[in-house]
Design a protein around this ligand. Structure first.
Ligand SMILES: [Zn+2]
Length: 141
């Protein structure tokens, strides 16, 4: 038996423990029933972000973006494609830095888009600049 993997629910932030062999079987939140790994980027508000990251053992790839940023908007479909391709391996989340300026400041975001990869709740690397879906997947691997 493999170890369960803890995954935060994007809807209610409950930490769910999912057996590793069930990650690819569309697991649901035990509390609210929402899909835990729906293959879509999760839009997180400032007050949700750190709880979500801390409660998720899968790698979390965060896109710090803003609506006025052309490269951010150009990357959005690639980010969605990467979320689909990586659905049971990496959680892709988006943080709108216009709505969460203090969170962006706390993470020292100076350019957007900036992509930050977390493992076990800890930042492991970051990069600034837009990437396509294939490059995102390689970078997060
Ligand atoms: Zn839930």
């Amino acid at each position: 038996m493999s170890e369960p993997v803890q995954i935060a629910c994007a809807a209610c932030l409950t930490a769910n423990r999912v057996p590793a062999e069930r990650l690819a079987q569309d697991p649901k939140c035990g509390k609210c029933g929402a899909a835990l790994l729906d293959g879509a980027p999760v839009e997180l508000a400032a007050e949700q972000f750190e709880t979500f990251v801390r409660r998720t053992q899968l790698p979390v790839l965060a896109d710090f973006w803003a609506p006025w940023c052309g490269p951010c908007r150009a990357m959005a479909p690639h980010f969605e494609q990467a979320a689909q391709n990586l659905r049971d391996r990496v959680r892709l989340v988006k943080v709108n830095t216009e709505e969460a300026p203090q969170l962006a400041a706390r993470y020292g975001i100076r350019a957007i888009p900036t992509l930050v990869l977390f493992k076990d709740g800890v930042e492991v690397k970051r990069v600034s600049g837009a990437m396509d879906a294939g490059t995102l997947a390689q970078w997060a691997a």
